[in-house]
Design a binder for this molecule. Structure first.
Ligand SMILES: NC(=O)c1ccc[n+]([C@@H]2O[C@H](COP(=O)([O-])OP(=O)(O)OC[C@H]3O[C@@H](n4cnc5c(N)ncnc54)[C@H](OP(=O)(O)O)[C@@H]3O)[C@@H](O)[C@H]2O)c1
Length: 291
C-alpha cells in the first residue's frame, strides 16, 4: 500500500521548504498532508509529547537539522504509539556505510537513529522505514560551511581539486522523495539512492566562474588540518565547528560520493536539473540557501 497520509517534521528548514510545496503540487495523491512546526525549540524534547497528535498519519518524513536529529528515537517511539507505520529518518545525504562514515562525528546522530529504527522494526513487524540517499544537495556545495564564499569568490577547501562529490538539486530531491512515498514498501527496510552528477572542485569552480563571470581564488588544505580544527572545536565545546570540520573531512576524503545502484530510472517523470541551471537559479534567489 502506498502512503497517502504524510506528516513532515521540520517543514520550514532547508529541505522541508522544498518538500512541502512538492507534496502540495501532488496533493491529489494524498488524503492528508501535515506539517509540524515546533515552536518550543529551546525545549525540543517537547516535540515528542506533541507527536502524540501524529495519530492518523501513516508516514513521518523527518527533515530535522543537525541539532534535532538526536531527538528522533523518542519521536519515533511516540509516533509508533500513535500508530505511524513508516519513518523517513533525517538522512538525505551520503551513504553512512561508505568508508568510515559510520564512525564520523558528523553522522553520529544519524547512526543512532538507524540503530533505533532497526531495533523498533525488529520488535514491530508492521513498522518500516526508508533511507533516502542523494549525496549532497547542489545548493549546499558552494557555501561557507565548506569554505566557499560566492560573494568574494574565494574558497578554502579541505581536500584536493580533483576530489569529486555527488550533487543533486534540493528541488529534485523533494520530487524523488514524493515519488518514493507513493511506492509501497515491500520490506521493513528500504533504501533509495538518487544520483545527480559526480563533480570535482575544479569543475565546480569553472561553473561558478562561468555563471558569475569572475575568477575564483581557491586554496586547498589537508584533511589532517581539518581534523586538527575538529580537535580544537571539541576542546572549546563548539559543536557547530566540530560538525563542520568532521563534514569537511568526509568531503575531503571523497566520502560524499554516492555509490550505486541508483533508483533514478524508476521515476522517469523526474528529470534532474543540471548544475549550471540549478546554481543560476540559486544565485538569482539566494534567500532559501546558506550562501
Ligand atoms: N545532502 C546535503 O547536502 C544536505 C544539505 C542540507 C541538509 N541535508 C540533510 O537534510 C536534513 C534536514 O536538514 P535541513 O538543513 O533541512 O535542516 P535545518 O534547516 O537546519 O532544520 C530543519 C528543522 O529542524 C528543526 N530544528 C533545527 N534546529 C533545531 C534545534 N536546535 N532543536 C530542535 N529542532 C531544531 C526545525 O524544525 P521545527 O521548526 O519544527 O523546530 C528546523 O526547521 C538533515 O538530515 C540534513 O543532514 C542534507
Amino acid at each position: 500500500m502506498a502512503f497517502n497520509s504524510v506528516l513532515v517534521l521540520g517543514p520550514t528548514g532547508g529541505l522541508g521548504q522544498f518538500l512541502v510545496p512538492e507534496l502540495i503540487r501532488r496533493k491529489s495523491n494524498f488524503t492528508r498532508i501535515g506539517a509540524f512546526i515546533d515552536l518550543t525549540r529551546p525545549q525540543s524534547a517537547e516535540k515528542a509529547r506533541l507527536m502524540q497528535d501524529s495519530s492518523g498519519f501513516q508516514v513521518v518524513v523527518a527533515c530535522l537539522g543537525n541539532h534535532a536529529i538526536k531527538n528522533q528515537p523518542s519521536l519515533i517511539d511516540t509516533a509508533l504509539q500513535a500508530g505511524v507505520q513508516h519513518w523517513y529518518p533525517s538522512e538525505f545525504g551520503a551513504d553512512l556505510t561508505v568508508g568510515d562514515n559510520w564512525n564520523e562525528r558528523y553522522y553520529r546522530d544519524k547512526v543512532l537513529t538507524r540503530e533505533h529504527l532497526q531495533k523498533r522494526a525488529s520488535e514491530n513487524p508492521t513498522f518500516s522505514y526508508t533511507y533516502f540517499l542523494n549525496g549532497r544537495f547542489s545548493e549546499w556545495a558552494p557555501i561557507p560551511h565548506f569554505g566557499i564564499d560566492t560573494k568574494t569568490h574565494t574558497a578554502h577547501i579541505v581536500g584536493s581539486p580533483d576530489m569529486e562529490q555527488s550533487l543533486l538539486g534540493v528541488a529534485d530531491v523533494a520530487k524523488y522523495l514524493v515519488c518514493t512515498l507513493l511506492e509501497p514498501p515491500t520490506s521493513q527496510e528500504r533504501i533509495y539512492r538518487f544520483l545527480g552528477e559526480n563533480i570535482s572542485w575544479t569543475t565546480i569552480f569553472s561553473i561558478l566562474e562561468k555563471i558569475q563571470g569572475v575568477k575564483y581564488t581557491a586554496t586547498f588544505k589537508s584533511v589532517e588540518k581539518a581534523r586538527e580544527n575538529q580537535r580544537k572545536a571539541i576542546e572549546t565545546g563548539n559543536i557547530d565547528e566540530e560538525l563542520a570540520a568532521s563534514h569537511q573531512v568526509i568531503q575531503g576524503t571523497g566520502r560524499t560520493l554516492l555509490p550505486g545502484p541508483y533508483d533514478n530510472d524508476k521515476f522517469p517523470e523526474v528529470v534532474p536539473k543540471g548544475l549550471e541551471e540549478t546554481w543560476r537559479a540559486m544565485l538569482e534567489e539566494t534567500s532559501k540557501f546558506l550562501l
